[in-house]
Design a protein around this ligand. Structure first.
Ligand code: ZN
Ligand code: ZN
Length: 393
């Protein structure tokens, strides 16, 4: 894509939400809500004279949790799926969704575009199968338009030049590309105008000047309350968690006392536990599903005390690359994970409805030790390479 400030070419990773221009040194937040639309450029020179038609494919990359009777099952999904029901077109992009350079769709691209006829939900159902309640998290969902050359009687694959078993007349394109327009916001503190800091794949940015935190959400930079768990002096990294108070329609899970009962903790509830609000602590960063559940469960079970960040710490923040909405969607798998009576919760969840009552980001300090980060007080360890792996998810 091009830098919105100076027009210089910029190459982004799929996970990046900030355009950092090497040329003019500006940083801009890129909004692709509700999902980005890309295309691949055709590249068979011998067909240059032929009109190009683009067909849409859904791409989904993320974690899937199934909420059947066995404690939450999970897998990593990276799939693409044809978003129209025209017979003879490839049903998926295969590896090409990972190996080809994608460009953001904009007006003025020569060619015509098929509108998607398969919805996002239909796509998720097709990918995950229909058995049981499933939750998808940490997703990169995008629509990718793939090019075909349209001759009178023949349709060619725009990348390989292969002939397809589709008659060109079967493709009835819309004239205009269907695209969610890109919007940019300069990455500056709305409060004081200083540059906002944070990695280019982080949804949470911060201002060193006025100690404020900001969440990229709904095409805006929103003020975010940031807290931290200050348990150890020598921390090397802060891992971010969504600290959320959740309202359930039927389940009674508002206080620490209720949590102790649900989780069957071998502890005697005190009077103070009745009034202590229960919070979920869900990782605000991507890791493998198994670790995601384990670390979130450990911090949630500890119900750590968090304090407001009044002075910016020197410790580095791990990027919060899991959006708040995705964290909220993880409430079901976590409820299942902490609930002792799996049979009971399996019956409750399909009928349950939840509301987000309050949220903030909570940073938990970890110390580096060999290949791991360690939280001494809570007795939690996270492999460094699983954090690295997560940032590509
Ligand atoms: Zn620039
Ligand atoms: Zn500021």
């Amino acid at each position: 894509m091009q830098c919105p400030q100076c027009g210089a070419p910029v190459i982004l990773d799929e996970t990046q939400v900030i355009v950092q221009c090497e040329f003019c040194r500006t940083r801009n937040i890129i909004h692709t809500h509700p999902f980005p639309c890309y295309y691949m450029e055709p590249r068979q020179e011998q067909f240059n004279k032929l009109p190009v038609v683009y067909a849409p494919f859904w791409r989904f990359k993320g974690l899937e949790f199934s909420l059947g009777l066995k404690s939450p099952g999970y897998r990593i999904i990276d799939h693409s799926l044809l978003a129209v029901d025209t017979k003879g077109l490839p049903v998926s992009l295969g590896l090409r969704s990972q190996t080809q350079t994608l460009k953001f769709i904009k007006n003025g691209i020569p060619g015509s575009f098929l509108a998607p006829s398969i919805s996002r939900n239909q796509m998720l159902k097709m990918i995950s199968g229909s058995n049981g309640l499933k939750v998808h998290i940490g997703e990169i969902l995008s629509l990718i338009f793939f090019p075909f050359y349209q001759d009178k009687e023949v349709l060619y694959d725009g990348l390989s030049g292969q002939i397809l078993n589709v008659h060109p007349d079967d493709l009835v394109p819309d004239k205009k590309p269907m695209a969610n327009p890109l919007e940019f916001t300069p990455s500056l503190c709305p409060n004081c105008g200083w540059d906002l800091l944070g990695e280019t794949d982080s949804m949470v940015l911060y201002c060193l000047n006025c100690t404020s935190f900001w969440l990229i959400r709904n095409k805006k930079i929103n003020k975010l309350e940031a807290k931290y768990f200050d348990s150890q002096a020598a921390a090397d990294i802060f891992l971010p968690f969504w600290q959320m108070q959740v309202e359930f329609k039927t389940l009674k899970l508002y206080s620490y006392a209720q949590f102790m009962q649900i989780a069957n903790l071998p502890k005697v509830p005190q009077a103070s536990h009745e009034s202590q609000i229960f919070y979920f602590f869900i990782p605000a960063f991507k890791i493998t599903p198994k670790l995601f559940l384990r670390v979130g469960r450990q911090i949630t079970a500890a119900q750590i005390n968090t304090n407001e960040i009044l002075k910016m710490p020197k410790t580095k923040f791990h990027p919060a690359d899991l959006p708040l909405e995705e964290g909220f969607q993880a409430v079901f798998p976590f409820t299942k994970e902490i609930y002792a009576n799996k049979l009971e919760i399996t019956d409750i969840l399909p009928l349950e409805k939840i509301k987000l009552k309050s949220y903030n980001i909570a940073y938990v300090p970890f110390r580096s030790l060999g290949n791991e980060y360690i939280q001494d007080e809570l007795n939690i360890s996270v492999q460094k390479n699983s954090l690295r792996f997560g940032r590509d998810l």
